[in-house]
Write a protein that binds this ligand. Structure first.
Ligand code: NI
Length: 168
């Protein structure tokens, strides 16, 4: 049974570490599969559109995401490699590890990741908008980077619109 794990918040050292590459032989391990299930459970409960393993105190290179979009089903990406595919735009962003805050950040409008899925098969995900933003946000987490370091005008989310900003 999946269970909800605690989401670390800013100030915890794991959030600042560069996460380690996953050994593909580890993917079949029931404990690793449990981690993936728990990460989905934790993300949906938050609720959020993405969650990286360091946010639940596991310094490994994987994340889960569900941007609630028919074209892009829920996915887990292990050992992601990010590609920016377009010009950059300024977007509003929030993070489950920095609760109650939002900021303005420059991100590629279109991006892709390649990596492995939960069966260890190669996968590639490409998209625009929230999906692209989420890919970049999660890969930052795996590199020990929180969006607040790169964002401008980090502020409390007060308006309804602010509060609706997707968190990951
Ligand atoms: Ni985040």
């Amino acid at each position: 049974m999946p269970y909800i794990r605690e989401i670390l918040t800013e100030g915890h050292p794991t959030l600042r570490k560069v996460a380690k590459k996953v050994d593909p032989r580890e993917i079949d391990d029931p404990l690793f599969q449990q981690l993936i299930d728990d990460m989905f459970e934790t993300m949906y409960a938050a609720p959020g559109v993405g969650l990286a393993a360091p946010q639940v105190n596991v310094p490994k290179r994987l994340f889960v995401m569900d941007v609630n979009d028919d074209e892009h089903p829920p996915a887990v990406v292990i050992n992601p490699k990010l590609e920016g595919l377009s010009e950059e735009v300024e977007l509003r962003e929030g993070c489950l590890s920095v609760p109650g805050m939002i900021g303005d950040i420059v991100r590629f409008k279109q991006a892709a990741v390649t990596g492995l899925d939960r069966e260890g098969r190669k996968l590639r995900i490409e998209g625009v908008g929230l999906l692209a933003q989420c890919l970049q946000h999660e890969v930052d987490h795996l590199n020990g980077v929180l969006y607040v370091e790169r964002a401008k005008n980090v502020r409390p989310a007060v308006s309804e619109e602010d509060k609706e900003t997707a968190e990951a």
